[in-house]
Ligand binder design. Structure first.
Ligand SMILES: [Cu+2]
Length: 480
Protein backbone atom coordinates (compact mmCIF):
# COMPACT_ATOMS: atom_id res chain seq x y z
CA UNK A 1 0.00 0.00 0.00
CA UNK A 2 2.70 2.41 1.06
CA UNK A 3 4.96 1.63 -1.91
CA UNK A 4 2.16 2.24 -4.36
CA UNK A 5 1.38 5.50 -2.64
CA UNK A 6 5.00 6.49 -2.79
CA UNK A 7 5.18 5.98 -6.53
CA UNK A 8 1.98 7.89 -6.99
CA UNK A 9 3.29 10.85 -5.03
CA UNK A 10 6.90 10.62 -6.14
CA UNK A 11 6.59 13.44 -8.62
CA UNK A 12 5.03 15.71 -6.04
CA UNK A 13 7.81 15.09 -3.55
CA UNK A 14 10.51 16.03 -6.05
CA UNK A 15 9.34 19.58 -6.25
CA UNK A 16 8.60 20.15 -2.59
CA UNK A 17 11.48 18.43 -0.89
CA UNK A 18 14.24 19.81 -3.06
CA UNK A 19 17.59 18.21 -2.38
CA UNK A 20 16.12 15.56 -0.11
CA UNK A 21 13.59 14.27 -2.63
CA UNK A 22 15.94 11.71 -4.06
CA UNK A 23 16.04 9.71 -0.87
CA UNK A 24 13.13 10.69 1.30
CA UNK A 25 9.85 8.85 1.62
CA UNK A 26 7.15 11.50 1.14
CA UNK A 27 5.42 13.03 4.13
CA UNK A 28 2.76 10.91 5.68
CA UNK A 29 0.02 13.45 5.06
CA UNK A 30 0.26 12.94 1.29
CA UNK A 31 -0.28 9.21 1.50
CA UNK A 32 -4.02 9.53 1.29
CA UNK A 33 -4.74 5.87 0.66
CA UNK A 34 -2.85 4.62 3.65
CA UNK A 35 -4.82 3.36 6.64
CA UNK A 36 -3.68 5.35 9.64
CA UNK A 37 -4.01 4.65 13.37
CA UNK A 38 -4.19 0.88 12.98
CA UNK A 39 -1.16 0.13 15.20
CA UNK A 40 -1.35 0.44 18.97
CA UNK A 41 0.79 3.03 20.71
CA UNK A 42 3.79 1.11 22.04
CA UNK A 43 4.32 1.78 25.74
CA UNK A 44 7.96 1.18 26.68
CA UNK A 45 8.16 -1.51 29.40
CA UNK A 46 9.03 -0.45 32.93
CA UNK A 47 12.56 -1.62 33.65
CA UNK A 48 12.53 -4.22 36.39
CA UNK A 49 14.65 -3.19 39.32
CA UNK A 50 16.51 -5.79 41.30
CA UNK A 51 16.64 -4.26 44.78
CA UNK A 52 19.52 -5.62 46.83
CA UNK A 53 19.56 -6.11 50.62
CA UNK A 54 20.61 -2.49 51.16
CA UNK A 55 17.62 -1.22 49.19
CA UNK A 56 19.64 -0.05 46.18
CA UNK A 57 17.68 -0.21 42.91
CA UNK A 58 19.73 -2.10 40.34
CA UNK A 59 19.08 -1.71 36.64
CA UNK A 60 20.69 -3.18 33.55
CA UNK A 61 20.76 -1.31 30.24
CA UNK A 62 22.27 -2.63 27.01
CA UNK A 63 22.77 -0.31 24.04
CA UNK A 64 22.27 -2.53 21.00
CA UNK A 65 21.47 -2.53 17.30
CA UNK A 66 18.36 -4.03 15.79
CA UNK A 67 15.62 -3.61 13.22
CA UNK A 68 12.27 -1.90 13.65
CA UNK A 69 9.03 -1.25 11.80
CA UNK A 70 8.91 2.45 12.60
CA UNK A 71 6.68 3.02 9.60
CA UNK A 72 4.50 0.31 8.20
CA UNK A 73 5.82 -1.78 5.29
CA UNK A 74 9.41 -0.72 5.95
CA UNK A 75 12.17 -2.37 7.95
CA UNK A 76 14.65 0.11 9.42
CA UNK A 77 18.03 -0.62 11.01
CA UNK A 78 17.83 1.03 14.45
CA UNK A 79 19.44 1.24 17.88
CA UNK A 80 17.80 0.76 21.24
CA UNK A 81 18.33 0.01 24.91
CA UNK A 82 17.38 -3.58 25.78
CA UNK A 83 15.48 -3.72 22.49
CA UNK A 84 15.34 -2.50 18.91
CA UNK A 85 14.25 1.12 19.33
CA UNK A 86 14.03 3.49 22.33
CA UNK A 87 14.48 1.96 25.77
CA UNK A 88 12.56 0.86 28.85
CA UNK A 89 11.23 3.41 31.33
CA UNK A 90 13.31 3.59 34.49
CA UNK A 91 11.29 4.46 37.60
CA UNK A 92 12.90 5.43 40.91
CA UNK A 93 12.02 7.34 44.09
CA UNK A 94 13.49 10.48 45.61
CA UNK A 95 16.06 9.38 48.19
CA UNK A 96 16.65 6.03 46.55
CA UNK A 97 20.12 4.67 45.81
CA UNK A 98 20.43 3.65 42.18
CA UNK A 99 23.01 1.49 40.43
CA UNK A 100 22.85 1.05 36.67
CA UNK A 101 24.95 -1.40 34.70
CA UNK A 102 25.28 -0.05 31.17
CA UNK A 103 26.69 -2.36 28.49
CA UNK A 104 27.70 -1.03 25.09
CA UNK A 105 26.97 -3.50 22.29
CA UNK A 106 26.89 -0.89 19.51
CA UNK A 107 30.35 -1.63 18.17
CA UNK A 108 31.32 2.02 18.66
CA UNK A 109 31.72 4.34 21.63
CA UNK A 110 28.70 5.87 23.34
CA UNK A 111 27.59 7.27 26.71
CA UNK A 112 24.34 7.37 28.68
CA UNK A 113 23.38 10.79 30.04
CA UNK A 114 20.62 11.14 32.64
CA UNK A 115 18.93 14.25 31.28
CA UNK A 116 17.60 16.40 34.12
CA UNK A 117 19.07 14.29 36.90
CA UNK A 118 21.19 15.89 39.62
CA UNK A 119 24.07 13.42 40.01
CA UNK A 120 27.84 13.46 40.65
CA UNK A 121 29.78 14.65 37.59
CA UNK A 122 31.52 11.29 37.12
CA UNK A 123 28.12 9.56 36.74
CA UNK A 124 26.46 12.25 34.59
CA UNK A 125 27.08 10.33 31.35
CA UNK A 126 28.28 13.30 29.34
CA UNK A 127 31.08 13.20 26.75
CA UNK A 128 33.66 12.67 29.50
CA UNK A 129 32.17 9.31 30.54
CA UNK A 130 32.81 7.36 27.35
CA UNK A 131 31.77 3.69 27.24
CA UNK A 132 33.98 1.88 24.75
CA UNK A 133 32.57 -0.95 22.59
CA UNK A 134 31.80 -4.05 24.71
CA UNK A 135 32.65 -2.14 27.89
CA UNK A 136 30.41 -1.83 30.94
CA UNK A 137 29.79 1.43 32.84
CA UNK A 138 28.53 1.36 36.42
CA UNK A 139 27.07 4.72 37.50
CA UNK A 140 25.81 4.88 41.10
CA UNK A 141 23.97 7.78 42.65
CA UNK A 142 21.28 8.74 45.12
CA UNK A 143 18.18 10.51 43.82
CA UNK A 144 18.08 13.99 45.37
CA UNK A 145 15.19 15.74 43.65
CA UNK A 146 11.40 15.76 43.53
CA UNK A 147 9.08 13.73 41.32
CA UNK A 148 9.70 14.45 37.64
CA UNK A 149 9.67 13.11 34.10
CA UNK A 150 13.30 12.97 32.99
CA UNK A 151 14.91 10.96 30.21
CA UNK A 152 18.17 9.31 29.24
CA UNK A 153 20.06 9.35 25.96
CA UNK A 154 23.61 9.05 24.53
CA UNK A 155 25.99 12.00 24.70
CA UNK A 156 29.30 10.97 23.08
CA UNK A 157 31.16 13.88 21.48
CA UNK A 158 30.10 14.21 17.85
CA UNK A 159 27.85 11.13 17.96
CA UNK A 160 24.90 12.26 20.07
CA UNK A 161 22.69 13.30 17.15
CA UNK A 162 23.18 10.09 15.20
CA UNK A 163 22.75 7.79 18.20
CA UNK A 164 19.53 9.48 19.31
CA UNK A 165 18.28 9.52 15.71
CA UNK A 166 18.86 5.78 15.46
CA UNK A 167 16.65 5.26 18.52
CA UNK A 168 18.70 5.53 21.70
CA UNK A 169 16.49 7.29 24.26
CA UNK A 170 14.27 6.33 27.18
CA UNK A 171 12.18 7.84 29.96
CA UNK A 172 13.37 8.22 33.55
CA UNK A 173 10.64 8.85 36.14
CA UNK A 174 11.08 9.96 39.71
CA UNK A 175 8.29 9.47 42.27
CA UNK A 176 8.05 10.99 45.75
CA UNK A 177 5.58 11.66 48.54
CA UNK A 178 3.98 14.48 46.53
CA UNK A 179 3.37 12.38 43.42
CA UNK A 180 2.05 9.60 45.70
CA UNK A 181 -0.40 11.89 47.45
CA UNK A 182 -1.81 13.78 44.45
CA UNK A 183 -5.12 12.44 43.19
CA UNK A 184 -4.06 12.30 39.55
CA UNK A 185 -3.74 9.44 37.05
CA UNK A 186 -0.60 7.45 37.88
CA UNK A 187 -1.13 3.93 36.54
CA UNK A 188 1.66 3.41 34.02
CA UNK A 189 0.31 2.42 30.61
CA UNK A 190 -3.30 2.57 31.88
CA UNK A 191 -4.06 6.25 32.50
CA UNK A 192 -0.49 7.63 32.60
CA UNK A 193 1.46 7.40 29.33
CA UNK A 194 4.88 8.46 28.06
CA UNK A 195 4.54 10.25 24.71
CA UNK A 196 7.92 10.45 22.98
CA UNK A 197 7.64 12.60 19.85
CA UNK A 198 10.35 12.29 17.21
CA UNK A 199 10.31 13.33 13.56
CA UNK A 200 12.37 11.19 11.24
CA UNK A 201 13.36 11.10 7.57
CA UNK A 202 13.85 7.89 5.62
CA UNK A 203 15.55 6.68 2.46
CA UNK A 204 13.40 4.74 0.06
CA UNK A 205 14.95 1.48 1.30
CA UNK A 206 13.73 2.18 4.84
CA UNK A 207 17.05 3.35 6.26
CA UNK A 208 17.03 6.48 8.37
CA UNK A 209 18.47 9.45 6.47
CA UNK A 210 20.65 11.16 9.05
CA UNK A 211 22.77 14.27 8.22
CA UNK A 212 22.98 14.56 4.44
CA UNK A 213 23.93 18.19 3.92
CA UNK A 214 25.23 21.36 5.53
CA UNK A 215 21.59 22.47 5.89
CA UNK A 216 21.00 19.52 8.24
CA UNK A 217 23.79 20.75 10.51
CA UNK A 218 22.58 24.35 10.40
CA UNK A 219 18.93 23.66 11.18
CA UNK A 220 19.14 20.26 12.81
CA UNK A 221 17.92 17.20 10.93
CA UNK A 222 14.26 17.91 10.23
CA UNK A 223 12.17 14.83 9.45
CA UNK A 224 8.95 14.51 7.51
CA UNK A 225 7.43 11.55 9.37
CA UNK A 226 6.32 11.84 13.01
CA UNK A 227 6.91 8.90 15.32
CA UNK A 228 5.21 8.51 18.70
CA UNK A 229 7.02 6.05 20.97
CA UNK A 230 8.73 4.75 17.84
CA UNK A 231 5.70 4.22 15.60
CA UNK A 232 4.08 6.36 12.93
CA UNK A 233 0.36 7.01 13.42
CA UNK A 234 -0.37 4.93 16.52
CA UNK A 235 -3.74 4.66 18.19
CA UNK A 236 -4.25 4.64 21.93
CA UNK A 237 -7.43 3.30 23.53
CA UNK A 238 -8.23 5.28 26.65
CA UNK A 239 -11.12 5.15 29.09
CA UNK A 240 -13.53 8.08 29.28
CA UNK A 241 -11.81 9.89 32.12
CA UNK A 242 -8.71 11.85 33.01
CA UNK A 243 -5.51 10.79 31.26
CA UNK A 244 -1.98 11.94 32.03
CA UNK A 245 0.45 12.36 29.14
CA UNK A 246 4.15 12.85 29.74
CA UNK A 247 5.23 14.63 26.57
CA UNK A 248 8.87 14.62 25.44
CA UNK A 249 10.22 16.45 22.42
CA UNK A 250 12.72 13.73 21.53
CA UNK A 251 13.53 15.21 18.13
CA UNK A 252 16.99 16.27 17.03
CA UNK A 253 16.16 19.77 15.87
CA UNK A 254 12.44 20.55 15.62
CA UNK A 255 10.32 22.87 17.71
CA UNK A 256 6.93 21.28 18.43
CA UNK A 257 3.59 22.92 19.18
CA UNK A 258 1.33 20.19 20.46
CA UNK A 259 -2.47 20.33 20.68
CA UNK A 260 -5.60 18.27 20.10
CA UNK A 261 -7.51 18.14 16.82
CA UNK A 262 -10.59 19.67 18.46
CA UNK A 263 -8.49 22.33 20.22
CA UNK A 264 -9.76 21.21 23.62
CA UNK A 265 -8.26 22.76 26.73
CA UNK A 266 -6.09 20.63 28.99
CA UNK A 267 -4.00 21.22 32.08
CA UNK A 268 -0.23 21.27 32.26
CA UNK A 269 0.93 19.99 35.65
CA UNK A 270 4.70 19.63 35.28
CA UNK A 271 7.65 21.25 33.55
CA UNK A 272 10.99 19.51 32.83
CA UNK A 273 11.98 19.05 36.46
CA UNK A 274 8.70 18.28 38.20
CA UNK A 275 5.29 19.51 39.27
CA UNK A 276 4.31 23.14 38.94
CA UNK A 277 2.72 24.87 41.92
CA UNK A 278 -0.69 24.78 40.25
CA UNK A 279 -2.10 23.40 36.98
CA UNK A 280 -2.12 25.78 34.00
CA UNK A 281 -4.96 25.52 31.50
CA UNK A 282 -3.74 25.52 27.90
CA UNK A 283 -4.78 24.53 24.39
CA UNK A 284 -1.21 24.12 23.15
CA UNK A 285 2.15 23.06 24.57
CA UNK A 286 5.38 24.30 23.01
CA UNK A 287 8.47 22.11 23.42
CA UNK A 288 11.95 22.56 22.00
CA UNK A 289 14.26 19.52 21.66
CA UNK A 290 14.84 17.91 25.06
CA UNK A 291 11.96 19.64 26.89
CA UNK A 292 9.15 17.77 28.68
CA UNK A 293 5.68 18.65 29.84
CA UNK A 294 3.12 16.62 31.75
CA UNK A 295 -0.49 17.28 30.89
CA UNK A 296 -3.89 16.06 32.13
CA UNK A 297 -6.49 15.55 29.41
CA UNK A 298 -10.14 15.06 30.23
CA UNK A 299 -11.90 12.47 28.03
CA UNK A 300 -14.92 12.13 30.33
CA UNK A 301 -17.19 14.19 28.08
CA UNK A 302 -16.31 12.24 24.94
CA UNK A 303 -18.82 9.65 23.82
CA UNK A 304 -17.67 6.04 23.69
CA UNK A 305 -15.87 5.07 20.45
CA UNK A 306 -15.23 8.70 19.50
CA UNK A 307 -11.72 9.73 18.47
CA UNK A 308 -9.50 12.76 18.81
CA UNK A 309 -6.02 13.28 17.44
CA UNK A 310 -2.85 14.71 18.87
CA UNK A 311 -1.66 17.33 16.40
CA UNK A 312 1.96 18.43 16.25
CA UNK A 313 3.02 21.57 14.41
CA UNK A 314 6.71 21.21 13.59
CA UNK A 315 8.85 24.29 13.07
CA UNK A 316 10.46 24.34 10.61
CA UNK A 317 8.42 21.72 8.84
CA UNK A 318 4.90 20.46 8.62
CA UNK A 319 1.82 19.59 10.60
CA UNK A 320 1.14 16.06 11.74
CA UNK A 321 -1.84 14.19 13.08
CA UNK A 322 0.68 12.31 15.16
CA UNK A 323 -1.55 9.87 17.02
CA UNK A 324 -5.18 9.07 17.71
CA UNK A 325 -7.01 8.55 20.97
CA UNK A 326 -10.02 6.26 20.85
CA UNK A 327 -12.20 6.89 23.87
CA UNK A 328 -13.86 3.95 25.60
CA UNK A 329 -16.41 3.57 28.39
CA UNK A 330 -16.40 6.14 31.22
CA UNK A 331 -14.06 5.35 34.10
CA UNK A 332 -15.43 4.22 37.46
CA UNK A 333 -13.31 6.67 39.44
CA UNK A 334 -12.91 10.15 38.07
CA UNK A 335 -9.89 12.33 38.96
CA UNK A 336 -10.47 16.02 39.46
CA UNK A 337 -7.81 18.58 38.63
CA UNK A 338 -6.01 19.39 41.91
CA UNK A 339 -5.93 23.10 42.69
CA UNK A 340 -2.47 22.89 44.17
CA UNK A 341 0.25 20.50 43.11
CA UNK A 342 3.41 21.26 45.05
CA UNK A 343 5.53 24.02 46.54
CA UNK A 344 8.54 25.29 44.65
CA UNK A 345 11.45 27.01 46.33
CA UNK A 346 11.83 30.07 44.10
CA UNK A 347 15.39 31.27 43.73
CA UNK A 348 15.91 34.95 44.44
CA UNK A 349 17.83 37.21 42.07
CA UNK A 350 19.35 38.94 45.09
CA UNK A 351 21.06 35.69 46.11
CA UNK A 352 22.92 35.38 42.80
CA UNK A 353 26.65 35.93 43.24
CA UNK A 354 27.17 36.65 39.56
CA UNK A 355 25.67 36.83 36.08
CA UNK A 356 27.21 35.02 33.14
CA UNK A 357 26.53 35.89 29.51
CA UNK A 358 25.99 32.98 27.14
CA UNK A 359 25.72 33.97 23.50
CA UNK A 360 24.55 31.09 21.33
CA UNK A 361 25.87 31.76 17.86
CA UNK A 362 25.35 29.97 14.58
CA UNK A 363 28.25 30.09 12.16
CA UNK A 364 29.83 33.08 13.84
CA UNK A 365 33.50 32.43 13.47
CA UNK A 366 34.65 30.69 10.27
CA UNK A 367 31.47 28.63 9.93
CA UNK A 368 31.32 27.22 13.42
CA UNK A 369 28.65 26.72 16.03
CA UNK A 370 29.73 28.48 19.20
CA UNK A 371 28.80 29.75 22.64
CA UNK A 372 30.48 33.07 23.44
CA UNK A 373 32.48 32.66 20.24
CA UNK A 374 34.02 29.42 21.48
CA UNK A 375 33.72 26.01 19.88
CA UNK A 376 33.49 23.03 22.26
CA UNK A 377 36.90 21.83 23.46
CA UNK A 378 37.10 18.90 25.87
CA UNK A 379 40.45 20.22 27.12
CA UNK A 380 39.07 23.63 28.12
CA UNK A 381 36.96 24.50 31.15
CA UNK A 382 34.82 27.45 30.13
CA UNK A 383 33.27 28.47 33.44
CA UNK A 384 34.24 27.85 37.07
CA UNK A 385 31.39 27.92 39.55
CA UNK A 386 31.64 28.00 43.33
CA UNK A 387 29.94 25.02 44.99
CA UNK A 388 26.74 26.12 46.70
CA UNK A 389 26.44 29.39 44.83
CA UNK A 390 23.46 30.79 42.97
CA UNK A 391 24.05 32.29 39.54
CA UNK A 392 22.11 34.01 36.80
CA UNK A 393 22.86 33.00 33.22
CA UNK A 394 21.83 35.43 30.49
CA UNK A 395 21.38 33.24 27.42
CA UNK A 396 20.98 35.05 24.12
CA UNK A 397 20.38 34.16 20.49
CA UNK A 398 21.42 36.97 18.14
CA UNK A 399 22.91 35.21 15.15
CA UNK A 400 21.24 37.68 12.80
CA UNK A 401 20.82 37.79 9.04
CA UNK A 402 20.04 34.54 7.27
CA UNK A 403 21.04 32.46 10.27
CA UNK A 404 18.00 33.13 12.45
CA UNK A 405 16.97 29.96 14.20
CA UNK A 406 15.96 28.70 17.60
CA UNK A 407 18.33 27.23 20.12
CA UNK A 408 17.50 25.07 23.12
CA UNK A 409 19.84 25.62 26.08
CA UNK A 410 20.37 22.63 28.38
CA UNK A 411 22.37 22.66 31.60
CA UNK A 412 23.54 19.44 33.20
CA UNK A 413 23.62 19.04 37.01
CA UNK A 414 20.91 21.59 37.89
CA UNK A 415 17.25 22.40 37.54
CA UNK A 416 16.99 26.13 36.91
CA UNK A 417 14.16 28.67 36.86
CA UNK A 418 13.39 31.20 34.15
CA UNK A 419 13.55 34.79 35.41
CA UNK A 420 12.51 36.55 32.23
CA UNK A 421 12.42 36.53 28.43
CA UNK A 422 13.58 39.83 26.95
CA UNK A 423 12.75 41.37 30.31
CA UNK A 424 9.24 39.93 30.51
CA UNK A 425 8.18 37.36 33.10
CA UNK A 426 7.81 33.90 31.53
CA UNK A 427 4.37 32.50 30.73
CA UNK A 428 2.76 30.58 33.61
CA UNK A 429 3.42 27.34 31.70
CA UNK A 430 7.18 27.94 32.08
CA UNK A 431 7.10 28.75 35.79
CA UNK A 432 8.66 25.68 37.28
CA UNK A 433 11.81 23.58 37.44
CA UNK A 434 13.56 23.54 34.07
CA UNK A 435 16.69 21.97 32.63
CA UNK A 436 16.18 22.95 29.00
CA UNK A 437 14.89 26.25 27.65
CA UNK A 438 13.87 27.46 24.21
CA UNK A 439 15.68 30.60 23.05
CA UNK A 440 13.96 32.35 20.13
CA UNK A 441 15.94 34.42 17.63
CA UNK A 442 16.62 37.91 18.98
CA UNK A 443 15.84 36.82 22.50
CA UNK A 444 17.70 36.94 25.79
CA UNK A 445 16.46 34.55 28.45
CA UNK A 446 17.66 34.95 32.02
CA UNK A 447 17.74 31.79 34.10
CA UNK A 448 18.77 31.26 37.72
CA UNK A 449 20.24 28.13 39.31
CA UNK A 450 21.96 26.97 42.48
CA UNK A 451 24.94 24.66 41.99
CA UNK A 452 24.96 22.40 45.02
CA UNK A 453 26.05 19.01 46.36
CA UNK A 454 28.56 18.00 43.70
CA UNK A 455 31.85 19.34 42.37
CA UNK A 456 33.20 18.36 38.97
CA UNK A 457 32.83 19.05 35.28
CA UNK A 458 29.41 19.27 33.61
CA UNK A 459 28.18 20.32 30.16
CA UNK A 460 25.94 23.11 28.96
CA UNK A 461 24.88 23.09 25.32
CA UNK A 462 22.29 23.60 22.67
CA UNK A 463 19.91 20.64 22.61
CA UNK A 464 19.46 20.86 18.85
CA UNK A 465 21.65 17.80 18.59
CA UNK A 466 23.40 18.79 15.37
CA UNK A 467 24.32 22.11 17.02
CA UNK A 468 25.64 20.26 20.07
CA UNK A 469 27.66 17.83 17.95
CA UNK A 470 28.80 20.78 15.85
CA UNK A 471 30.39 22.45 18.87
CA UNK A 472 27.69 24.60 20.49
CA UNK A 473 28.65 23.26 23.89
CA UNK A 474 30.82 24.26 26.83
CA UNK A 475 32.00 22.85 30.15
CA UNK A 476 31.47 24.30 33.61
CA UNK A 477 33.37 23.04 36.62
CA UNK A 478 31.83 23.28 40.08
CA UNK A 479 34.65 23.87 42.54
CA UNK A 480 34.99 24.06 46.33
CU1 LIG B 1 21.28 25.48 18.68
Amino acid sequence: MRRRTFLKHGAVSLGLLGAHSLFAIPPAVWAGEYERFKRDLPVPPLLESLADDKGTARFSLKATRGESQLIDDFTTPTMGYNGNYLGPTIRVRNGQKVHVEVTNELGEKTTVHWHGLHVPAEFDGGPRQIILPDAVWNPQFTIKQPAATLWYHPHAMGLTGEHVYMGLAGMFYIDDAVSDSLDIPKKYGVDDFPVILQDRRFFQDGNLAYVQSMMDVMHGVIGNIMLVNGVEWPNLNVAGGMVRLRLLNGSNGSLYRIRFSDNRAFNQIATDGGFMEAPVSLTEVELSPGERSEILVDFSNDSAASTVMLVVDQLPGGQYEAMQFTIGEPVAKYHNIPEKLTEIEWLNEKDAVRTRQMQMQTFSEGGRLTINGKHMDMNRIDEKIQLGSTEIWEVSNYSGGMMQMIHSMHLHDVQFQILDRNGRKPDPRERGRKDTVLIYPNETVRIIARFEDYTGIYMYHCHLLEHEDGGMMGQFEVVK
